[in-house]
Each structure stands twice: as structure tokens, then as C-alpha cells.
Write a protein that binds this ligand. Structure first.
Ligand code: CA2
Length: 175
């Protein structure tokens, strides 16, 4: 196993939640030149295949309703280790989704199919990116797969709760 594989193995069995925002249920049926040819189901299949390869549990949820996305983020607090989210249009408008992300304190990876920075000015501003670990934008469906890999890396590199609550090394050394 590669060094990276060994590192990622620390995330095995952990859970990642993927959230898709409004209108992404239309993928593959409209605007394929902007958002690519794959349907949401096809993207989800690819995500499940990668999650199995990386050994993480995956939950996926799509909604056109802002409050439902907020509910799902809140519900993730104690059962999920990281969130990959394409907030779609809510990226540019939703204080509610931003506040929910801050409230649960989970690591969040923001993803976009299109490169939002090459599009209209109003898409350049994200209310999510400064409360996310990072943003992946412009790689089509691969943005989600890269986002899942990033989430696994973040989980693998985060110190577990039990480690966090241990006394500092210095205090445990004999006098
Ligand atoms: O590029 C992305 O992933 C976006 O998050 C997609 C959002 C857009 O508002 C963001 O600025 C960038 C739009 C999602 C709409 O999805 C559609 C899919 C097929 C047909 C029409 C819309």
C-alpha cells in the first residue's frame, strides 16, 4: 500500500455526507454544456464506487429546499465525519446553510461542477468557502470525486476525540 493509502486507511469506516443543492436533480437533462452529461444518479454511482474503494461509508442527499439542507447538516453533527456539499445557487445566497456549517463544526468541502470564477460576477461570491476546508470548482463530476478524496484526507489527518482529550505529552513524562 502507498504511503497515501496507509494515511487514508485511518478514515476507514468513517462516514461522509454528500449534499446536492437545488436543481441538481436536473443534471444530464438540461445544460450539459455547462454542467456535463452525467445525471445525478450516475454521479452518485461513481461516488459510491469511490467510497467503497476508500473504505468510507457514504450518505447522499439532494434537496431543492434550503431548510431541508440545513436540517440534514444539523442531523449530521454526531454521526458524520465530513461533508461534501454542492450548495448550487444557495452558495451565493444562503446565510442559513453557512450558519448550520459553522454550528455543527464538521469539516466541509465545497464543490462545483462548473468553474464559478469563470462565470457571471454573482457566482464569484460564495457564503460557504470561508467556512469550508476548501473549494473544488470546475472539474465537472470529478469535482465531487476530488471532494470525496479531500474529505477522506481531512478525516485521516484529524486527531481523534480520544487523542484530543489525552493529557499533553509533556505532562505524562516522568519528572
Ligand atoms: O457549478 C456548480 O456546481 C453550481 O453549483 C451549479 C449551480 C449554480 O447556481 C452555481 O453557481 C454553480 C446550478 C445548479 C443547477 O443545475 C442544473 C442542472 C441541469 C440543468 C439546469 C440546472
Amino acid at each position: 500500500m502507498s504511503a497515501r493509502g496507509v494515511e487514508d486507511a485511518r478514515a476507514r469506516g468513517k462516514t461522509v455526507l454528500v449534499l446536492h443543492g437545488p436543481n441538481l436533480n436536473l443534471l444530464g437533462r438540461r445544460e450539459p454544456d455547462v454542467y456535463g452529461p452525467l445525471t445525478l444518479d450516475q454521479i452518485n454511482e461513481r461516488l459510491h464506487a469511490l467510497a467503497a474503494e476508500l473504505g468510507v461509508e457514504l450518505e447522499i442527499f439532494q434537496s431543492n429546499v434550503e431548510g431541508e439542507l440545513v436540517d440534514r447538516i444539523q442531523e449530521a453533527a454526531d454521526v458524520t465525519h465530513a461533508i461534501v456539499i454542492n450548495p448550487a445557487a444557495y452558495t451565493h445566497t444562503s446565510v442559513a446553510i453557512r450558519d448550520a456549517i459553522v454550528a455543527v463544526g464538521l469539516p466541509v468541502i465545497e464543490v462545483h461542477l462548473s468553474n464559478v470564477h469563470r462565470r457571471e460576477e454573482f457566482r464569484h461570491r460564495s457564503l460557504i468557502s470561508d467556512v469550508a476546508v476548501g473549494q473544488i470548482t470546475g472539474f465537472g463530476a470529478d469535482s465531487y470525486l476530488l471532494g470525496l478524496r479531500a474529505a477522506v484526507r481531512v478525516i485521516a489527518n484529524s486527531r481523534s476525540r480520544s487523542l484530543k482529550t489525552r493529557r499533553p505529552l509533556k505532562a505524562r513524562r516522568p519528572a
